[in-house]
Design a protein. Sequence first.
Length: 66
Amino acid sequence: MTRRHGLLGPRAVRLIALVLALVMIAGLGAPYLLQAGVPLWMVLLLVLIVLAVPVVAVARSDRTRR
């Protein structure tokens, strides 16, 4: 029995990458926005919008390959 994807499957790797990207984006930009007086809910919304662009692009490219 051989493993094709190492210890983690492709879904787990994508999930980990998504979480790391979210933390990185929020960690870099959020303190400055909060200090400038932007409400927390708006900062979280902006983080989700910024993160949605590459996620949608990867999802679309994955569908076109099949």
